[in-house]
Design a protein around this ligand. Structure first.
Ligand code: PLP
Length: 404
């Protein structure tokens, strides 16, 4: 029988909405792209975006910047991280996270994860107690939100400043409260593969006026912070403006125009993602030999990617299984690989951090963890075909293994 093949691209995002394209062209025609380059009566797209995003996110202050990784770095700095400070972080995350810690001179204290891809609460508490770390950089990795009641309780008891990395949780909630609104500051990414797309970009958000003022100046405002949108009052800037270094990392008007056009559609897009995710989740749940993480009821997730474990396969055959799916057009990433590939890397490959602790649960869970991106250019039938292919290959590989 001819094997069916999936032919759509796993990296194809939606087009930028027409209004965003039109505004970007208009801006390019004026040549006024820098966020502080404003003629009399100009709209100031970046500042408007900051106001609109802060409103949607339900926070007081928002600083638009060059990338999500930059926003994390800036967040760590305004929270007061100094070289040598210890920073707790879940070991299952993307490489810009350890990179940001290293960039600010922090010393990472990597924490194990549990089988649902959340930070392991017992390990977090043990390491908070043992190291005296005063910062937790928490990635809601692949959209899995840990029990935020427990997290905030641990942070309160150990006097830990929480920095949230919401690169995969823009729009997600825990008990009705938006991801990003639990810590002192939160970082978001608007890089192409996230929930809004400006190619590159990010936001830092906070309700703390002094941190916001320092973030604005450090993002590279010079003395033009008055041209920011969701910002604190002038007297807050008076106190910090000569003490916050300029770490130049501003967003420009063209990117802001693309994002402003996407924001009114974001809630619809989140619902579209979840329709696809729920279909995929249902199929994977029904497959023999797979385990899929449990979602907590308190969580409103955004399923822009899906993770599951191929428990019926041995570690040794996973690369061949991934290749077989790939040959039929289905792109799975294997988080258990020792060798970093494309965007995916395991924590023990971040050699610049020095010796890493052995994190047995993380290694065990990632060992068979497969990850698939879910672009909005897919539809429900695509989800069905993709899962048929995965299930067929899984059955084929499992029976090889049973026979050998
Ligand atoms: C994408 C991502 C980032 C960084 O975002 P960039 O905008 O690419 O710098 C940080 N953390 C996680 C978990 C991410 O996936």
């Amino acid at each position: 029988m001819e094997k069916r093949v999936f032919s759509k691209s796993f990296t194809q995002q939606d087009a930028i909405p027409e209004a965003g394209i039109a505004r970007a062209i208009e801006l390019m025609q004026t040549g006024r792209l820098h966020r502080y380059n404003l003629a009399e009566g100009d709209i100031n797209d970046v500042s408007q975006l900051e106001i609109e995003y802060a409103k949607w996110q339900e926070v007081d202050y928002c600083i638009a910047c060059t990338s999500g990784g930059y926003a994390i770095q800036l967040g760590l700095r305004v929270c007061g991280v100094k070289p040598g400070d210890k920073i707790l972080a879940n070991a299952y995350t993307l490489a810009p996270v350890p990179g940001a810690i290293q960039n600010v001179g922090g010393v990472p204290v990597l924490v194990d994860i549990d089988e649902n891809y959340h930070i392991d609460m017992a390990d977090l508490e043990a390491k908070a107690a043992a190291t005296g770390a005063r910062y937790l950089l928490l990635s809601h990795m692949r959209g899995h939100i840990a029990d935020m009641d427990q997290i905030t309780d641990i942070c309160r008891r150990y006097d830990i400043c929480l920095i949230e990395d919401c690169a995969h949780t823009m729009g997600a909630k825990w008990r009705g409260k938006r991801s990003g609104n639990f810590g002192k500051v939160a970082a978001f990414s608007t890089q192409t593969y996230k929930h809004m797309n400006s190619g590159e970009g990010g936001f830092l958000v906070t309700n703390d006026a002094e941190m916001a003022a320092r973030a604005v100046v450090s993002s590279g405002s010079y003395m033009l912070y008055g041209r920011h949108g969701a910002r604190p009052a002038d007297d807050v800037f008076d106190a910090v403006r000569l003490y916050a270094p300029n770490y130049s990392g501003r967003m420009d008007h063209v990117r802001a125009a693309m994002l402003r056009a996407q924001l009114p559609q974001i809630d619809d897009n989140l619902a579209r993602w979840n329709r696809l995710y729920d279909r995929l989740h249902q199929h994977v749940l029904e497959m023999q030999g797979t385990v899929i993480p449990r979602r907590k009821q308190e969580e409103f997730y955004v399923g822009s990617s899906i993770q599951f474990r191929a428990e019926s396969l041995s570690r040794a055959v996973i690369p061949d299984f991934v290749s077989a799916c790939h040959a039929r057009g289905v792109e799975l990433k294997w988080f258990g690989d020792e060798t970093p590939k494309a965007f995916t890397s395991r924590y023990d490959s971040w050699k610049y951090l020095g010796d890493m602790p052995e994190l047995p649960n993380t290694l065990h869970i990632l060992d068979k963890t497969l990850d698939m991106r879910v672009p909005l250019t897919f539809d429900i039938e695509d989800c069905d075909l993709i899962c048929d292919i995965i299930a067929e290959e899984l059955t084929r590989f499992s029976s090889f293994e049973a026979a050998s």
